[in-house]
Design a protein around this ligand. Structure first.
Ligand code: SAH
Length: 340
């Protein structure tokens, strides 16, 4: 909750206002995961709060550690649905990748998250709850947030922006807006609405192909918002906000990772201040795609660089535990191994 909402709850429960401040400090500064940790609160109050005002709507079901510095967390929501979040550590930063929906309606053909469609939107507290849980497990402050887990953030626009407000608020998680990135598969109305939001969050576009012919094949959303319309929205976003844009581009062998697509991409992005993140395809069981060989990946990168488009080839983390881009999928408890 934002501080005014929390204060209202506290006052409604006939408690003194300063309790609200104590609660936020415990949750957001001292990473408390349970009321019992809040030692300066009277015992009876802790019992009461635990019943009346659950500290988070999430329960940790399972943690998976990868060979690199990536960990995946499976959380159960109050209604039994499951979501995943990922923590990625690097020197000087701890990035959380959060989900915005249970499942996803967009059905991009290379992505595990949309294989079984959309179940429902996450509430703001179920998004902020992921950060709260991760910090309380880790007992460490998260420095960066990417809305790149399960779901399409702009299909749940209001709740996502409400969660950003809470995570950004100095009395809550206090994470700088510039350290928060929202990634979209290209929902144009969401991009245009983001222009009007006062917070300076970063925008990332899952472009993945440079021509409608290829993009229609792999991302059904392109039939609704084709590339020209998407790029118009991106240019407007940049003109009105002055902010950089990141374009994500998946490398699928023989489909998106070709010389023609690289040339078309360089032409498409001319005049836009942006970085292209090339993401070599991560294996999703049952899908027909292949990751291109490294020389093909590098050749794509060099075509962009030669055309003076800023680009990086992403070093994937968490692939071994299916925590990498596009590998988060709907799960149900029955399918989990019995040790979890
Ligand atoms: N729905 C939003 C947020 C998801 S971000 C969006 O599309 O931007 C997850 C990123 O991983 C997206 O860029 C997505 O297209 C990409 N992705 C999906 N499946 C992938 C796969 N198998 N390999 C690599 N990247 C993938």
């Amino acid at each position: 909750m934002l501080p005014p909402a929390l204060e209202a709850e506290i006052l409604a429960a006939k408690l003194p206002k300063f309790r609200a401040k104590q609660l936020s400090e415990w949750v957001w500064d001292k990473f408390a995961g349970a009321y019992d940790e809040m030692t300066n609160l009277p015992k009876e109050l802790r019992v009461l709060l635990a019943e009346e005002l659950p500290i988070t709507p999430l329960a940790l079901v399972k943690t998976t550690q990868s060979g690199d510095d990536t960990r995946k967390f499976l959380f159960r929501l109050a209604d039994g649905n499951l979501i995943e979040s990922v923590l990625i550590s690097a020197p000087g930063r701890l990035t959380a990748c959060v989900s915005s929906q249970v499942g996803c309606a967009l059905a991009c053909s290379f992505c595990a998250s949309g294989l079984q469609g959309l179940v429902r939107n996450l509430a703001p507290s179920e998004i902020t709850g992921q950060i709260q849980m991760l910090q309380s497990i880790q007992k460490e402050r998260i420095s960066n947030i990417v809305y790149m887990g399960m779901g399409e953030p702009f299909a749940n626009f209001d709740n996502v922006l409400e969660s950003v407000a809470i995570l950004n608020h100095s009395k809550c998680a206090g994470i700088g807006a510039r350290k928060i990135t929202i990634s979209t598969s290209g929902l144009v109305p969401g991009i245009l609405k983001l222009i009007r939001d006062p917070r300076q969050v970063r925008l990332s576009i899952s472009l993945h192909a440079a021509t409608d012919e290829i993009r229609n094949r792999i991302m059904p959303i392109n039939q609704r918002y084709p590339i020209a319309e998407l790029m118009r929205a991106c240019r407007k976003y940049q003109a009105d906000t002055g902010r950089m844009i990141t374009f994500e581009y998946i490398l699928l062998d023989g489909i998106t990772c070709t010389q023609e697509q690289a040339d078309a991409l360089a032409r498409l992005l001319r005049g836009i201040r942006c970085t292209v993140n090339l993401i070599p395809y991560n294996t999703v069981e049952g899908l027909p795609y292949r990751r291109p060989p490294l020389p093909a990946q590098k050749s794509f990168l060099h075509t962009l660089m030669d055309a003076r488009v800023r680009a990086t080839l992403r070093m994937e983390k968490g692939h071994d535990i299916s925590a990498a881009c596009g590998q988060l999928r709907l799960q149900n408890l029955e399918s989990l191994p019995s040790d979890s």
